[in-house]
Design a protein around this ligand. Structure first.
Ligand code: GTQ
Length: 353
C-alpha cells in the first residue's frame, strides 16, 4: 500500500502556517468549510439567542405612531405599523429571534385593505375603541385586552368606525416563515371584504363547547376573537379556585376549541395574573416570548437585568433567558411565544429553578 502523502495535502498540513492559510483559501474557493471551526457555534451546549431582553414603553412609542398617522394613511401604508425591532437584530423586523411584533394604528374612517398571507397573525388590542378586524366574512370589534387571530391564508382587513385612534399590537410568525421561505401573499380585489356573518357568529358556533359531529379539527382556531371581558373573568375564577404555578403564575391559554391546541399553530398565547407582591421562581424555556402589561405593574428580571412593565408596555424575553416576575400590585399580563413550534418539533425544554 502506498502511504505517501499527496503533495497538495502535505503542503496544507497544520505544520506549515503558510500552507494552512492556503488550505483554507482553497477550501473557500471549493465552497467547502471546516466544521472544526464552527462546530461549537453550530451545535451549542445550550441555546444562545441573538435577540436580547428589551422593553418598549407604550407612552414613548405612541407619539411616533400618531405622527405616522399624519404622514401616511392606512390605505397608502397597507398596514400603518411601527415594527418593534429587537436592538440586537436591527433592520431585521424581529422582536425575538423567530417572531415579529409591531404597533398598528388605524384612524377614524380608515380601512387597512383586505389581504391574506401564509404568515399567522395575532392582534392584542391596546388603546381606543371603535375598530374592527374582519376575518372570513365576520367583523369583530376590538376593545383593549381583546385577543384576535387571523389564521394563515384567511382574508383580513381592519377598519375604524369610531371617532378616536385605535392601536393594537400585531404578533406574527414572519421570521419563521422567512427562514422557511414559505411565504405567500395575495391582495383582495376589494379594500374591505364582504361581511356575510353577524358579529358573534364564530363565538356562538365555536365558543360554546359545541361542535357538529362532522366538524373537523382545524390547525388554527375557528374562534378568532377572545374578549378580555371573558378572559379576565375566567382568570379571576381560576385565581379563586386553583393553586398558583410558582414559576408562571395563574395562567389561561388561548386554545383552538376543535383540538385543544394553541389558537395558532406557530404562536402560543396566554393571559397571566400574579397576586400583589408575588414573585415567581426563576424560570426559562426554549421559546422566545413577548410580554405585554395589561393591569398593574410588574418588575421582570431577565438574566439579571431589571425591566419595569406597566399597562401596555412590551417586553421581549428571548428563549433560555432566566427570568423572574414580580407584581407590585395585582398584575395581569399577556404573552405570546413560538412555543408551539418547539413543542411540535420535540425541541421544547423548560428549566424550573
Ligand atoms: O395586519 O395584516 O404588522 O400583514 C404586518 C403584516 C400587520 C396585518 C403587520 C401584516 C399585518
Amino acid at each position: 500500500m502506498n502511504t505517501a502523502v499527496p503533495n497538495e495535502i502535505a503542503q496544507a498540513t497544520p505544520s506549515s502556517a503558510a500552507g494552512e492559510s492556503l488550505y483554507y483559501e482553497q477550501l473557500a474557493r471549493q465552497n467547502l468549510a471546516p466544521l472544526w471551526v464552527s462546530l461549537s457555534r453550530l451545535v451549542p451546549e445550550e441555546p444562545r439567542p441573538t435577540a436580547r431582553a428589551y422593553a418598549w414603553r407604550f407612552s414613548d412609542a405612541l407619539p411616533y405612531l400618531l405622527e405616522a398617522g399624519e404622514r401616511i394613511t392606512a390605505e397608502q401604508a397597507e398596514r400603518r405599523v411601527l415594527v418593534l425591532e429587537n436592538p440586537a437584530l436591527q433592520g431585521q423586523s424581529r422582536v425575538t429571534d423567530t417572531l415579529y411584533a409591531g404597533l398598528q394604528l388605524i384612524l377614524p374612517g380608515e380601512v387597512a385593505p383586505a389581504h391574506r398571507h401564509t404568515q399567522s397573525a395575532l392582534r392584542f388590542a391596546m388603546h381606543g375603541c371603535g375598530a374592527y378586524t374582519a376575518v372570513d366574512g365576520e367583523r369583530v370589534s376590538m376593545a383593549p385586552g381583546d385577543f384576535i387571530i387571523t389564521p394563515a391564508w384567511t382574508w383580513h382587513d381592519h377598519g375604524n368606525v369610531g371617532d378616536s385612534p385605535v392601536v393594537w399590537l400585531d404578533g406574527l410568525d414572519v421570521p419563521l416563515v422567512s427562514f422557511l421561505h414559505s411565504g405567500f401573499r395575495q391582495q383582495h380585489e376589494d379594500a374591505a371584504q364582504t361581511v356575510h356573518r353577524a358579529e358573534g357568529e364564530s363565538l356562538l358556533r365555536y365558543g360554546s363547547g359545541l361542535l357538529r359531529p362532522d366538524d373537523s379539527k382545524t390547525s388554527s382556531s375557528p374562534l378568532f376573537k377572545y374578549s378580555y371581558e371573558r378572559t379576565r373573568a375566567a382568570l379571576h375564577l381560576i385565581v379563586r379556585q386553583e393553586s398558583i404555578d410558582a414559576h408562571r403564575g395563574y395562567e389561561v391559554r388561548y386554545v383552538n376549541p376543535t383540538n385543544g391546541d394553541p389558537a395558532l399553530p406557530t404562536i402560543g398565547a396566554s393571559m397571566r395574573l400574579l397576586p400583589k407582591s408575588y414573585r415567581t421562581r426563576p424560570y426559562r424555556s426554549t421559546d422566545g416570548a413577548v410580554f405585554v402589561g395589561v393591569e398593574g405593574r410588574l418588575r421582570v428580571t431577565v438574566n439579571g437585568e431589571p425591566f419595569f412593565l406597566g399597562p401596555q408596555d412590551i417586553l421581549a424575553v428571548p428563549g433560555w433567558h432566566l427570568h423572574q416576575i414580580e407584581a407590585e400590585d395585582e398584575a395581569v399580563f399577556f404573552s405570546f411565544s413560538d412555543a408551539p413550534v418547539h413543542q411540535k418539533l420535540s425541541l421544547w425544554r423548560e428549566d424550573r429553578q
